[in-house]
Write a protein that binds this ligand. Sequence first.
Ligand SMILES: Cc1cc2nc3c(=O)[nH]c(=O)nc-3n(C[C@H](O)[C@H](O)[C@H](O)COP(=O)(O)OP(=O)(O)OC[C@H]3O[C@@H](n4cnc5c(N)ncnc54)[C@H](O)[C@@H]3O)c2cc1C
Length: 669
Amino acid sequence: MTTTDRRPTPTESGGGPADSSGALAAPGGSPAAAQSQVTERQARQVAEAARETEWRKPSFGKELFLGRLRLGLIDPWPQPDAESVAKGKVFLDKLDDFTRNQIDGAQIERDAFIPDDVLTGLAGLGAFGMKIDEKYGGLGLSNLDYCRALMLVGSGNPALSALLSAHQSIGVPQPLKLFGTPQQKETFLPRLAAGEISAFLLTEPDVGSDPARMSSTAIPTPEGDYVLNGVKLWATNGTVASLLVVMAQVPKSEGHRGGITAFVVETESEGVTIERRNAFLGLRGLENSVTRFHDVRVPKENVIGKEGQGLKIALTTLNTGRLSLPAMCVGAGKWCLNVAREWSAQRVQWGRPVGEHEAVATKIAFIAATTYGMESMLDLCCMLADDDHNDIRIEAALVKLYASEMAWLIADELIQIRGGRGYETAASLAARGERAIGVEQLLRDLRINRIFEGSTEIMHLLIAREAVDKHLSVAGDIIEPDADLRRKAKAGAKAGAFYAWWLPTLAVGAGHVPGGYASFGPLARHVRYVERASRRLARSTFYGMARWQGRLERRQRFLARIVDIGAELFAMSAACVRARAERDTRPEGVELADVFCRQARSRADAHFRGLWRNTDARDVALAKKVAAGRYVSVESGVLPQPPKGDWVEQWAPGPSREKDVRRRIPNRS
Ligand SMILES: Cc1cc2nc3c(=O)[nH]c(=O)nc-3n(C[C@H](O)[C@H](O)[C@H](O)COP(=O)(O)OP(=O)(O)OC[C@H]3O[C@@H](n4cnc5c(N)ncnc54)[C@H](O)[C@@H]3O)c2cc1C
């Protein structure tokens, strides 16, 4: 079936039982559990094994958490080379024209459908090969221009940037670029650059943040190939993709080290069924699938990297792949600022434009300053990734975390500034003859950024793990519950030597010197603050380690505050360095950076206070009682949630009983 025959709507089951639970139910009716049982310890071990443990290049973020402001790693503000700027401009101009004239964002929102000609048009521009090297037919754009392209196309409709990003940042091109064999690159990259779409399939009904529970299997055959079985949930682009990155467990056996492994899978392969297109709060145009694999033969040549490296590949891919979501968040901030500025000057209430009332003015200042701060972080990360001298894994994770949280707040504030019109849909506004400004849509579209590609909670843990890495390596057996007294004593001596040297370095620094960082002019005070705060951050982390030792990993709110402070300090550093570099060409940047830093500083100070004065322990105790049912009386007075159906659908291996709802884009796949 082609899209010209019929448009599959989201939520549509491929002709299966009317009961929507059919999608993931075991064929044959019995929900035999294929799910793995995994302990907390095993889950942590899997996550730990997937970590990149080596630091071959310097990292501004890592140093910041250790109390060392290494400004020299980001200052002077990097400059992209002229050739790459010129190449990017040619493409961005064409994309701008296409987005203005060929994309009807309102139609995509209304129909929850991206028309074929939009996808074909984007392919014609080369948008599916933005990150693919020119030698494979791609555009070979820099990370900076790639992110600008996502920002631009996302302002047409965010489902489009989500599609392009899932295709290139986590789909087949990026892992192949980093880990693919020459043959894999030759085989797949030209197809993708020409417009075939790819998707990344890790999540399963029982696997969200915790990949250790993965049940999809890839069993080696005597010929050396693999047979893939499993069900993958929520694959962005899954309904339209022709090439998939699929994560599956290879069992350990003779000649096979086993473990979670990444494969390139052709959607056309026998046994692949797109069982459903999912629908969400926002991103209505998203082509997101439930995909079943039943005895799918995957050639050994399609293993990416090695067996057991799947999660490491996914995490490494995300080092730069994570920059696309913040790009879309920065784009959202820019759009919000544009709406806020024009609307709040036009709308008069109580004798003044609403933007002149203090309560609204402060929201506008938050939107403007935060957008400047987020953009500074993003551009910096992109340029550091492009010149490849620094390790940006912490910075990219920080900007994903920060921008997804801040863009959500920005959109929420814009709704408030727009009043009732903020809550009204663009179509309804237009029907009444008003400007079709869909702020409510933006809020819905943005919400997912706090959940996918690492939820905020998981990002806090992931970054905190890197932030405390030095302490863990020094403390070693002191905090290892299974270590005996002799090992603990040995580790204690080693740690004692390190901390005797390191702690005094955190007492004073350049941030205490009046007039320090003078070259930053009016922003120098903020750089001094960052320097002082980074030492305070490192001391606080040490106090946390000393107090809770191995139990620190359970102090998730403490760790989250540590990370959030680090994010504010990184954002301030980026904003100051950028504003100073651009002070002749964009002098207004200094004012924005100044206000941004003042706002960021008050947030960081609140986090510092919260480290030691909070309700965390009481909250955890209360949550335990909530779980035990002590407060069910609070729930009375409303209808309870529907009791029917599983919370998480059980599935079993086997052939699909659903009709395939794959959408084929003419001339593309
Ligand atoms: C629109 C959309 C598109 C998506 N696209 C893709 C895709 O292309 N490919 C793909 O593979 N997946 C995709 N996903 C899946 C997405 O990555 C997951 O939703 C995400 O990883 C979170 O998993 P979960 O929803 O199962 O939440 P859970 O893992 O069940 O988590 C529930 C809550 O608990 C928190 N939590 C979980 N573990 C911990 C912990 N150890 N400590 C503290 N808090 C914790 C989480 O942060 C969350 O708040 C998509 C999802 C959506 C909704």
